[in-house]
Design a protein around this ligand. Structure first.
Ligand code: PGA
Length: 248
């Protein structure tokens, strides 16, 4: 892995006024960190945040993309449209979309493909529910989710980012222990190794209540290359603390 990567997932949060304050504060703190940084913002704010990050090292990201290229798909946003706004990363298959929008593994894989073909790096989310963890199915679930994306994207798989987000840890304040995170990351790493000649290009992010207090020990794990941050990405000071932890 090259530089660690810290990505904020704003989810459905923000306002024109709040975004200015948040992005300006993050950008102001960036010269003191070496980790790569991005924020995945709600679609209506892409143009605003594109302008706010211009000239800085903070990259712009989106939270979803259509499986379709263009046409009669009311409400959908295409990868080419995202690209026009300078989008560099796009989250695909977040558990909230798998759950509330019934996104299937095949759809997630196709979304990753659309992003890649537009020159956007998909951040593919995988993760088990609490019931699946308790049933001892964690490895099988994350491997199956990632396998669908590998199957659809072939040699391009070296161009994706993978985020391990245990569903029971998202927005709950309950974090995977560093050991639990490392265990799953090691499984994902070996799956990536088997799928590409350039596994070192694929960053493995941990997500699920990563915050300013626990980032250090999670990021210290050998197979944790960064984080996908929800709640803590909405506070500039916390997001910068995580970025600094990733820069050590
Ligand atoms: P959280 O969200 O940090 O608020 O748990 C992470 C995510 O869902 O990407």
């Amino acid at each position: 892995m090259s530089q660690p990567l810290i990505v904020g997932n704003w989810k459905m949060n923000g306002s024109l006024a709040a975004n200015v304050e948040l992005v300006q504060a993050v950008v102001a703190g960036l010269p003191r960190v070496t980790a790569r940084a991005a924020v995945c913002v709600p679609t209506p704010y892409l143009a605003q945040v594109q302008a706010l990050v211009a000239g800085s090292a903070l990259c712009l990201g989106a939270q979803d993309v259509s499986v379709q290229q263009s046409g009669a798909y009311t409400g959908e946003v295409s990868a080419d449209m995202l690209r026009e706004f300078g989008v560099r990363y796009c989250i695909v298959g977040h558990s909230e979309r798998r759950q509330y929008h019934r996104e299937s593994e095949v759809e997630v894989a196709l979304k990753a493909k659309r992003a890649l073909s537009a020159g956007i790096t998909p951040i593919v989310c995988v993760g088990e529910s609490l019931a699946q963890r308790q049933a001892g199915e964690t490895e099988a679930v994350v491997k199956r989710q990632l396998a669908a994306v590998i199957h659809e994207n072939g040699h391009c798989i070296s161009e994706i980012v993978v985020a391990y987000e245990p569903v029971w840890a998202i927005g709950t304040g309950q974090t995977a222990t560093p050991d639990q995170a490392q265990q799953v990351h090691a499984v994902l790493r070996s799956q990536i190794r088997a799928a590409t000649a350039h596994p070192e290009r694929v960053a493995l992010l941990y997500g699920g209540s990563m915050n300013a207090a626990n980032a250090d020990e999670l990021l210290a794990q050998p197979d944790v290359d960064g984080g996908l941050i929800g709640g803590a990405a909405l506070k500039a000071a916390d997001f910068l603390t995580i970025l600094r932890a990733a820069s050590r």
